[in-house]
Design a protein around this ligand. Structure first.
Ligand SMILES: *Cc1c(COP(=O)(O)O)cnc(C)c1O
Length: 443
């Protein structure tokens, strides 16, 4: 970063620091990944200088001949990779992509359905504080105690509420999605069926998770999670979507622009095209398969040590630890903090039937996409399961105070104790040494 370090040493130093953190720590947030140097170059290119409101061949600004070529390439690659007839690559990120779907097929006040946030759903599937829960009448479905979507509840709620739009997709779901069942339910009630594959897009491309394309009308995805591209999103319209509503492609395009957004981020569009090119290779298929193998190995490693997992394992890239046997209700924070201190980065998360609260949840969510990008395999997952168990075992005497006013002081003391904990400090050293053996630009 020759120029940056001269112009703005402050930011330059911070970026270097963050890069070192990414090298030295184990990135286990299931929605994160490391892009390739090629994606990074496209993302940081001169394309950031251009304005191109509109779509290829229909721009509101001059000078877009090259940009048109880039966007058309991105669209063609996405169509081919996901086998869909229409794709919009302009959404700024996953949340605006989902909002565009509402704009395309609903009017404010219409009834929509999605998975409850505390059961693994996303904010944009109708959670109460999200625009999607404020401007639309949101009905939420749930998972059962084993973590699986309660499809009987979905059917019942659909009969009762007759939604206009049904979402399937999640941020903390360890099973394959029952896309076919959802498709039938939507068809029976005449609803639009949108699948949000943000987390699993890369797995679908690799063939380790079934695709929703034969059943869903609309498919949205972020491009920066398992798909390993820049921060962005895409909205796809499927063949069944066009059959249901021939205007759906143009409704989606109009909702993105001019409905919600102005000019697309052309540097991101190019980086998406590069990521899609990478994702079309055999190497990427192997990568996607290894993500799942690694998640399964991590799950086994933890369960063998007596750690409880929601669903007793995983069918995809993530696991959800039920920490109640260690800490009782609300212990997610203890694990989240102690692991982070040791360089293992995950996030506290609610578990099905959460006995505490979303802010003090009882679970921890971990995923393998980023570690797999670094070239780690089953053997490394076994090692990491050992690190995680040792840390949990070390701090299991902690319990979240019942009284709200006692919690902050308790956590302050907890954090100080962790910093002084010799065992965890030793594990931190081992984690750093272990992690730095696996380069983040290994491909
Ligand atoms: C990550 C995610 C999103 C939102 O993406 P952002 O880019 O963070 O706005 C939407 N839906 C699901 C299921 C996600 O996992």
């Amino acid at each position: 970063m020759k120029n940056l370090s001269q112009t703005d040493p402050e930011i330059s130093n911070l970026i270097t620091k963050e890069k070192l953190r990414q090298i030295n720590e184990l990135e286990m947030i299931p929605s994160e990944n490391y892009v390739s140097p090629a994606v990074l170059e496209a993302s940081g290119s001169v394309l950031t200088n251009k304005y191109s409101e509109g779509y290829p061949g229909k721009r509101y600004y001059a000078g877009n001949a090259v940009i048109d070529e880039i966007e058309k390439l991105a669209v063609e690659r996405a169509k081919k990779l996901f086998r869909v007839p229409h794709v919009n690559v302009q959404p700024y990120s996953g949340s605006p992509a989902n909002l565009a779907v509402y704009m395309a097929v609903c009017k404010p006040g219409d009834t929509i359905m999605g998975l409850d946030l505390t059961h693994g759903g996303h904010l944009t599937h109708g959670w109460k504080v999200s625009a999607t829960g404020i401007f639309y009448k949101s009905v939420q479905y749930h998972v059962k105690a084993d973590g699986r979507i309660d499809i009987e509840e979905v059917k019942k709620l659909v009969r009762e509420h007759k939604p206009k739009l049904i979402w399937a997709g999640a941020t903390a779901y360890m099973y394959e999605f029952p896309f076919k069942e959802f498709g039938e339910i939507a068809q029976n009630c005449g609803a639009y069926f949108a699948c949000d594959i943000a987390h699993i897009a890369g797995l679908i491309v690799a063939g380790t998770h079934p695709t929703p394309v034969p059943y869903a009308h609309i498919v949205t995805t972020t491009t920066h999670k398992t798909l390993r591209g820049p921060r962005g999103a895409m909205i796809m319209v499927t063949g069944v979507g066009i059959k249901k509503d021939p205007d759906l492609p143009s409704k989606i395009d109009k909702a993105v622009f001019p409905g919600l957004q102005g000019g697309p981020h052309d540097n991101t569009t190019a980086a998406i095209a590069v990521a899609l090119h990478e994702a079309s290779t055999l190497k990427f298929k192997r990568y996607g398969k290894q993500i799942v193998k690694n998640a399964k190995a991590l799950a086994s490693g933890l369960m063998e040590r007596g750690v409880k997992l929601v669903g007793n394992g995983t069918e995809n890239h993530l696991i959800l630890l039920d920490l109640t046997p260690f800490f009782g209700p609300g212990g997610g924070y203890f694990a989240h903090y102690a692991l982070e201190f040791a360089g293992i980065v995950g996030n506290r998360n609610t578990i099905p039937g959460e006995p505490s609260s979303p802010f003090y949840p009882s679970g921890l969510r971990l995923g393998t996409p980023a570690l797999t990008t670094r070239g780690m395999k089953e053997k490394e997952m076994e090692k990491i399961a050992g690190f995680i168990f040792e840390i949990l075992d070390n701090i299991k005497s902690n319990k979240l105070p019942q009284k709200k006013e006692d919690r902050q002081p308790y956590l302050v003391k907890f954090r100080e104790e962790i910093k002084k904990n010799k065992n965890i400090t030793q594990i931190k050293k081992e984690v750093n040494q272990f992690a730095s053996r696996f380069p983040i630009f290994s491909y």
